[in-house]
Design a protein around this ligand. Sequence first.
Ligand SMILES: *[C@@H]1O[C@H](CO)[C@@H](O)[C@H](O)[C@H]1NC(C)=O
Ligand SMILES: *[C@@H]1O[C@H](CO)[C@@H](O)[C@H](O)[C@H]1NC(C)=O
Ligand SMILES: *[C@@H]1O[C@H](CO)[C@@H](O)[C@H](O)[C@H]1NC(C)=O
Length: 880
Amino acid sequence: MLLPPRLRRHICCCLCFHIVSSNLTPDSFFSFFNLQVVNGIEIYSMKIDSKVTSRFARNVITSRAVNRGNMHKEVFFDVELPKTAFITNFSMTIDGVTYPGNIKEKEAAKQEYEKAVSKGQTAGLVKASGRKTEKFTVSVNIAAASKVTFELTYEELLKRQFGKYEMFIKVKPKQLVKDFEIDVSIFEPQGITELEAEGTFITNDLQNVIKKTFSDKKGHISFKPTLDQQRTCANCSQSLLDGDFTVKYDVKRTTPDNLQIVNGYFVHFFAPTNLPQLPKNIIFVIDISGSMSGREIEQTREALLKILDDIRDDDFLNFILFGSDVHTWKEKLIRATPENLDEARKFVRGIDTEGMTNLYGGIMKGIEMLNAAHEENVVPKRSASIIIMLTDGQPNVGISDTQDIRAHVKKATEGKYPLYNLGFGYGVDYGFLEKMALENKGLARRIYPDSDSALQLQGFYDEVSNPMLMDVELHYPENEISGLTKNSFKHFYDGSEIVVAGRFVDINQNRLTANDALSFTTQQDAEQTAKAFQEQEYIFGDYIERLWAYLTIEQLLEKRTAATGEEKENLTAEVLDLSLKYKFVTPLTSMVVTKPEDYDNQAGIADKMTEGIDIFSFPVSVCSFPSNHPSLLIHTVDGDPHFIISVPQKEDAICFNINEKPGDVLSLINDPVTGITVNGELIGDKRANSDTKTQNTYFGKLGIANKHLNLKVTVTSEKITIQNGNEKTAFTWLDSVTLQQEGLTLIINREKNLVLSMGGGASFVIVLHQVWKKHPLQQDFLGLYTLKSHKLSEQTHGLLGQFFHPIDFTILEIHPGSDPKKPDATMIIKNKELTVTRGWQKDYRKDPKHGVDIPCWFVHNNGAGLIDGVHTDYIVSSLF
Ligand SMILES: *[C@@H]1O[C@H](CO)[C@@H](O)[C@H](O)[C@H]1NC(C)=O
Ligand SMILES: *[C@@H]1O[C@H](CO)[C@@H](O)[C@H](O)[C@H]1NC(C)=O
Ligand SMILES: *[C@@H]1O[C@H](CO)[C@@H](O)[C@H](O)[C@H]1NC(C)=O
C-alpha cells in the first residue's frame, strides 16, 4: 500500500477561519472596525505547529479569537486536513476553561450528535471531501469580551514521492491576523539532504519572510508575516494569505535501509537508490463511451500524447479502447521504438468517442494481451507489467455486474500485474474501481473534471512510470515479531519508499536483524536509535508505536474496502479497537465535543470520510475549490415539488417549495448559451377540487430541449418521447434502453429512472415515482436531478438553474420554532435576512420508494428572497 504510491500523495491542510455575526452587512464588514477586527471579533493568533520525526508528522493548529463587540457572537473554526491524516485531538478553551473532544465509536457519537441537533442546537459536522482534503468545522458562541482558543491535532505519515517527502499546507485565514505563524520542525535520524519551502501566495516581498535552516538531522521552517506583510496592498484589509504552503525534504541514504527501534516497536524504511530501471509493459485501457465526449476525451488525448513523450525505448505498450465494442491499436504489445511512438501518436490523435461502456471487454482484453505477451516471450522476462484503465462511466455492455467483473479480472490477472483504475468525474462507480484495483495490487485514483485533468492523468503516470524492483518482500524473524504491517510489494518505484513497521513479541527486545529480498542486511538496536535521537528535544517518545498504529489502521481499512461477511466484520472490529486505543478519528470513529452549558450545550463532531463519493452521495462538497466546482453540486427538484439546493462550502442545503396550480409550467433551467432548457408541468392529486392551498402538486411532465440541436425530450410518468427535428421516437417506462445519437445519450432504467446527457455533457436524472394505482389521491410523478451542471454556461437561469452559480449563506440565531422538532433561524443570503426552518426533504435517487432524508434550511413562501424575482416570474406558457 505504500508502493506504488498511493491515492493521495500530498500532505495538506487548509486553514479557513471566518466570523459571522447577526448584523452582518457588506459595509460594516471591512470598514467600520479596526482593520483586523471583523464585526467585533478579532482573530489575534493563528499557529500551525508541525513536528516531524522520522516521516511521522504531528500537526497542531491553534487559533485564538476575542469578541471585542458588546454582544454574543458566533465564531467558526474551519480547517481542511489531508485526507490521509487522522485527527487525534481537538479542544476549545473559553475564558480559561478547556472543553476537550472525545473519540467515540461512530454510532455512539452520531446519537449524541443527533440528540443535540434535534434539540435545535447547532453542531459542526465534518463530511466535506475535496481533492486532497477533508473539512473540519466547529462553531461556538462567545460572550462580549470573551476569548476562545481552538486547538486541533492531527497525525500523518509523510510518504515519499519523486524523491521527496512533501507537506502541503493550504492557508486561508480570511482576515488579517496579528500573530500568524507556520512553524515546522523536522528531525530525521538519517540526516536531511535538502529542505525547501514555498507558497503559491508568496510574493517577492514575502519570500524573505520564509526562514529555512537545516543541518545534519534537524530542519526548521518558519513563516511569520507581520500584519502589514499580510495585506494585499498598503492600507488594504484583505489578506494575501490564501493558497498552498509546501514543505519538501529528503534524507541521506548511505544504505538503502534504515531501521529504528523504540519501546518495543520498530520501523524499517527501505529505499534503494541507483538501481537500473526495469523495462515496463504498459497497457492503457481507455473508455471511449459517449459520456467521454467533449472535454474529457480531449484531455485524455492530450495526456496520452504527453505520456508517449516519456515512454522509453525499451518499454512495450498498447492501447485498448472500449465503447460499445473493444478496439485495440495493435494485436500485441509492441516496443516503443521512435517509429512506433510516431504511429501511436497518430492513433491517439484519432481517438474518438462512441457508444456505451463495455468496461469488462476492455479490461479483459488488456489482461489477455499481457498474459499472451509473457507466455510468448514478446516482452523481456525481467520487466514490470502495468495496466492503467481510465473510465468515466459504469459498465453497461458485456458483463455489467461489477462483482462478476471483479471475479473475472482477479482470476485472470492472478496477482501478476498491478491494475490502476482512474475514475474520471463523478459518474463512475468509484467503489467498484477501488475494490477491483486493490484486489489486483494496484490502486484507484479520481481524476477531477477540471482544466487540469490532463495534468492529473500525466501526474499519475509519472508516479508509476519508473519501476525499479519487482516482487519486493521484506523478511523479519517471524517468532520475534507480531503485528507486522504489509511487507510484500509488487513494484518499487523510483523516488518512493517502502515502510514496514512491527511490534516485538517481547517488549524488551531491542535488536533486530532484517534480511530483505536484495539481501541487504540491516541491523540496528534500540541504543543506536536512542543515540540518534539524543540531540533532539522535541521528539514525542511513542512516535514509532503511533506510526505503527497509523500504518496498521490504514492498511486494515484498505483491506476492509474489498472484504465481505465475517472477514469484514473482523477487520472492522480490529480497526475500531486500534482507533479507540490510539485516539484516531477514522471512518469508524468520531470525535464529539460537548460545549459548555452556558453556551447552549452544543455539540460538534469530527468525522472521517471514506473515499467513494459516487454521483448519488449528497451533499458532496469541496472547501478548497468551493466556487469553481459547481459540477459537485447536485441540485434537485422532486416531491410536491420541492427544490433542494446543495451548498458545498457549508456542507448543507437550502430547500423551498413552489405552490402553484396543476397545469402550470415552471422554468427550471434555461441556458441561452448551450440552448438547453428544462421546464416542468405541474399535476395535482386526483381530487376534483383543485384548491391549491390544500392540494399538493408534483411534476407530471418534464420537457428538456436543446434549441441548437433541434432536440426535444418529453418525459411523463408513462412515456418518454424524443423529437429530433421532424423525427419522433417514443419509449415507455417499461423499456430498458440505452440510446446514443448525435448530441444525446439516453439511458432508461426500466420503471426506475432515466439518465439524459445533452450536447456538451450536461446531464439530468429523472426519477419515476410510482404510487399504488388505486391510491385515492396520489398519482405517479417525476423528480429531476442535475449532474454535470458545470457544463452549462454562466448565464443559466431558471428556478433550479440560477443555483448553478456559487451561493453562500450564513445561519444565525437558531431558536425554537412552531414545530418543536424544527428550529427556526435567520439566514443571511444575498444580503437579505430570511426566516428559515430546519427540516428535511427527501432525496429519492437511491431509494425511489421511501427516499433519503436530506437536512436543509427551508425557505418559506415559495422561496421568496432566495430566488431571483418572485416565483410567478418562472411560470412559462408551454413545455417548450
Ligand atoms: C488534547 O488537547 C488538550 C488541550 O491541549 C490536552 O489537554 C489533552 O491532554 C490532549 N489530549 C491528548 C490525548 O493528547
Ligand atoms: C494609509 O492610511 C494612512 C492613515 O489613514 C494615510 O496617511 C496614508 O496616506 C495611507 N496610505 C496609502 C498608501 O493609502
Ligand atoms: C474472525 O474472527 C474470529 C474470532 O477471532 C475467528 O474465529 C474467525 O476465523 C475470523 N474470521 C475470518 C474470516 O477471518
